[in-house]
Design a protein around this ligand. Structure first.
Ligand code: ZN
Length: 455
């Protein structure tokens, strides 16, 4: 008998972490940190598996909401075997080290949580085994009941470098976890690949389930619009702040901006990047010939960039028109994009261009949904301030459109579908649409702690 138990990202984007028990062998799919919570609250519900076998962890990709809690899991289960793609492992080395100091600030006072050190991260990274896309491997050597080996294959999920959908096969039974999946091409990454086999259970994300797909533009068209709008600001002497995730969006948007400048569609200006995003760009560069990549000739590190972290005074960013790529993508408090955002509000010639999904509870959502002339209060601690800059929203998506989830279902013909990684309206739309179009499929909304028996 196989069972499935959600430990996070159920009914929200949250901390992705799912426990799958295949006849006694315990496999954890992803081990993320909640992006908007701190301390213990940010972790998956590890208590739910404290008396269950935990043998393997398979990581779909290196975004913090899918891998950030891994060091805490390893504290509780030191002998667990961890497997990811080589790219995810390389990126995790950067991001997990980066989070050591952030966590120290956040959870200094919570005694139940033991903060890990840089040395522990080094050991953890060394212990991660890596498998490339399409390379079949077997989970064996486990001490629990299942007698047959479990076969695993990673598929390119087209979301960020190294992102994988995970196919798990046991005898004739097949389970596929989409991870975060994008069927469409971005500037650098090409779209996802899927298994060419019928699946028994599909575990699928629903990020854009409640978003009307007409709002999610084709990447190339959106890049052209971005250039037109950016040229207006630059011609007026303004600077453009683009909040981006350090991982994924920084690299894709940097590549898009550079190509637009090369084609003379976008006025050549200074581009500012830096910090973790710039380090991750190097991992993209190293891997550009070994993954599906639309333009392997392009080296992100060779694009002329100024280091945002060398700027002593933010006022300097307004002296000449420039484009600033700063993390975090959702402008979370204390991050550089949040601090810069507040400076931008005061500048009438400049603009904030958002380029991706904003959770409703984040400061980024407030920025994105304001207009010039509005008064906004970004957080409870801030005074309301007037929006003097322009604000434009673009959609450079790294997730599939909602109709594409239905396409995936049509291709994989699952008997069961489990919906995760989306808010409740997103999950409702995808669930209802599957039920309407595909008679006979059982649809489950994942609920934290609620076990699903998969036969
Ligand atoms: Zn992701």
């Amino acid at each position: 008998m196989h069972t499935f138990l959600p430990l996070g990202a159920a009914g929200e984007i949250g901390a992705s972490c799912f426990y799958l028990n295949i006849e006694g062998t315990g496999i954890i799919l992803d081990c993320g940190m909640h992006p908007q919570k701190a301390g213990l609250d940010a972790l998956p519900a590890f208590d739910l598996i404290k008396d269950l076998p935990v043998d393997f962890v398979l990581i779909s990709h290196a975004h913090q909401d899918h891998i950030g809690a891994l060091p805490f899991l390893v504290q509780k289960h030191p002998y667990v075997r961890i497997i990811s793609t080589p790219q995810t492992r390389a990126i995790a080395e950067l991001t997990l080290h980066d989070s050591v100091s952030i966590l120290k600030e956040q959870i200094g006072k919570e005694e139940e949580l033991k903060i890990y050190s840089h040395e522990e991260i080094d050991l953890l990274i060394q212990s991660i085994e890596y498998k490339t896309y399409g390379e079949e491997f077997f989970l064996a050597g486990y001490k629990h009941k299942s007698s047959e080996p479990i076969k695993i294959t990673f598929f390119d999920a087209g979301h960020i470098l190294g992102s994988a959908g995970i196919l798990i096969e046991f005898n004739e039974w097949k389970f596929f976890y989409s991870g975060d999946i994008n069927l469409n091409h971005q500037q650098l990454l090409t779209g996802a690949g899927l298994p060419k086999t019928k699946i028994d259970t599909l575990l699928i994300e629903t990020t854009y389930g409640s978003t009307d797909s007409s709002l999610l533009k084709n990447w190339n068209d959106e890049a052209e619009t971005f250039a037109k709008e950016a040229n207006k600001i630059i011609n007026d002497g303004g600077s453009i702040l683009v909040p981006v995730f350090a991982l994924g969006k920084t690299q894709e948007i940097l590549a898009a901006i550079w190509e637009l400048m090369q084609k003379r569609k976008l006025i050549q200006t200074d581009i500012y990047t830096g910090g973790l995003g710039a380090k991750i760009s190097r991992v993209y560069d190293y891997n550009r010939y070994v993954v599906n990549y639309s333009n392997p000739e392009l080296e992100l590190s060779k694009i002329p960039q100024k280091n945002l972290y060398d700027v002593d005074n933010f006022e300097d960013l307004f002296k000449a028109p420039s484009i600033i790529l700063a993390s975090s993508g959702m402008m979370l408090e204390k991050t550089i994009s949040f601090q810069l955002g507040k400076q931008w509000l005061k500048q009438s010639k400049s603009a904030i261009f958002t380029v991706g999904y904003m959770e409703e509870t984040t400061p980024g959502y407030k920025f994105a949904n304001s207009l010039k002339g509005n008064k906004i209060q970004i957080t409870g601690n801030d005074k309301p301030s007037e929006v003097k800059c322009s604000i434009k929203n673009f959609s450079f998506s790294s997730h599939s459109k909602r109709e594409e989830f239905l396409e995936i279902v049509k291709k994989l013909k699952p008997g069961n579908v489990i919906l995760v990684h989306g808010d409740s309206s997103a999950i409702d739309w995808v669930g209802a649409s599957i039920l309407k179009n595909h008679k006979g499929i059982k649809v489950f909304k994942a609920e934290k702690g609620k076990k699903i028996t998969l036969g």
